[in-house]
Design a protein around this ligand. Structure first.
Ligand SMILES: [Zn+2]
Length: 414
């Protein structure tokens, strides 16, 4: 994979800011040690972050005998970021300060039959306005709003290309949102958002190759290869939920049959329960969230039907995750999103056993399987991180412009 010098510069800028967010205050010298970058590179990147107002100088620390070292820290109240997680069953909006602390959140159910693009855009806009108002942050300080929507997304054009659960095709969502929201907007999907959240703040920090298995209504895999998010040539890598697990198996809304998603997505898990125990009291026929909650509670109390459903689901999931492990040889596989969070440890235990039955020994030995350690919603955190990356991207453009201006000033008269 060919990386341009601009990619490397962007990656370095992320790494320095990540390190400052993780450990504030810190010195340029400590940053150089932690990131492996030269002191000169760190000093340049710190200068850019200071110019942008993302970080601030906070005094000096004594260094034994030498010159006192300047300390920098993230300027938490210096700006705000909004992350929006739009799922099939809920809308979750969080407003963060620059240290990525949550200052305000809004939660709403998404009701079936209210999934027209204009309706969804209006709901998102109302959620964003509500968190900005409640946080008390001046609207001018909001650096950007990241929005994650299910399905395939053209992030550059801001278009939701295909959301099968809503029947969306080529919806210009960013334009619809821009009619209501004045902040810079960044659109992507939950696979990318979850992966970025784990890379910046979670189980994939400092790891080159990682997979986030996203278990919600839909299912997919966020991928990091060689230290960066892997998008594929048209931003649709990771559609693992629509790879075939069972030939001629259950019908999928994508038009295929036997897709991973039809066995381990929330509706697939409901089907697993229905097949094992059609009259189970755990089954809330029109309500995915209620059914998964009931299963999670019952499994925690060792209810035999619930444990059997978790076991069956983990059998499918384990086979699918083994494919990812054999194919990609990742250091870590993170189970994320609301279904994984709710089924928690009982699911993780069963998945580890199932994976051990399928994966090859060498890649298996190198892989750790964990639940997402991110305490809040990883998708809204990841969506906010897209807005942060957007703000950092403008730093790069500003530096390039300044250098061009400096060059034109010093150029000899022709
Ligand atoms: Zn499918």
């Amino acid at each position: 994979m060919k990386r341009t010098s601009r990619d490397i510069r962007t990656a370095n800028r992320y790494e320095v800011l990540r390190q400052i967010i993780a450990e504030s205050p810190t010195s340029r010298q400590e940053l150089a040690v932690a990131t492996g970058l030269s002191l000169a590179t760190v000093a340049t990147l710190v200068g850019e972050l200071l110019d942008l107002g993302l970080i601030t100088e906070v005094g000096f620390e004594d260094s034994a005998g030498g010159r006192p070292r300047g300390l920098v820290a993230v300027d938490a109240p210096g700006g705000a970021l909004v992350g929006v997680d739009v799922a099939e069953t809920y809308l979750h909006v969080e407003l963060f300060d620059l240290a990525l602390n949550v200052l305000a959140r809004a939660d709403e159910d998404m009701r079936p039959g209210e999934s027209r693009p204009e309706q969804v855009a209006a709901r998102i806009a109302a959620g964003v306005a509500s968190v900005v108002a409640r946080s008390g942050v001046e609207p001018a300080r909001v650096l950007g709003v990241g929005v994650s929507v299910p399905g395939q997304v053209d992030r550059d054009a801001g278009v939701a290309e295909y959301a099968p659960n809503w029947g969306w095709h080529d919806v210009p969502l960013r334009d619809l949102l821009a009619e209501h929201i004045g902040h810079p907007l960044y659109l992507d999907n939950p696979l990318r958002a979850c992966m970025v959240a784990e890379l910046w703040f979670g189980a994939a920090r400092g790891r080159g190759d990682a997979v986030v298995v996203n278990l919600g209504t839909g299912v997919g895999a966020g991928l990091a290869l060689g230290g960066g998010l892997h998008r594929g040539v048209s931003n649709s890598a990771g559609e693992w939920g629509h790879t075939t697990l069972v030939l001629d198996g259950r019908r999928c809304h994508c038009g295929g049959q036997g897709c991973v998603e039809t066995y381990v997505g929330a509706p697939g898990i409901m089907q697993n329960l229905r097949e094992l125990s059609p009259d189970s009291a755990l089954l809330h026929s029109a309500d995915q969230t209620a059914t998964i909650d009931a299963l999670a509670r019952a499994a925690a109390e060792d209810d035999p039907v619930a444990l059997k459903v978790v076991h069956e689901t983990a059998r499918y999931l384990g086979a699918g995750i083994s494919d990812l492990i054999n194919l990609l040889n990742p250091e870590v596989v993170v189970l994320s999103s609301w279904v994984a969070a709710r089924l928690g440890e009982p699911l993780l235990r069963e998945v580890r056993q199932a994976v051990a039955r399928h994966a090859l020994r060498r890649p298996l030995a190198a892989t750790e399987i964990v639940l997402s350690p991110i305490p809040t919603d990883p998708v809204s955190l990841g969506a906010a991180t897209f807005a942060l990356e957007g703000a950092l991207g403008s730093a790069g453009q500003r530096t390039a412009r300044r250098m061009a201006t400096a060059r034109s000033r010093t150029a000899p008269p022709s």
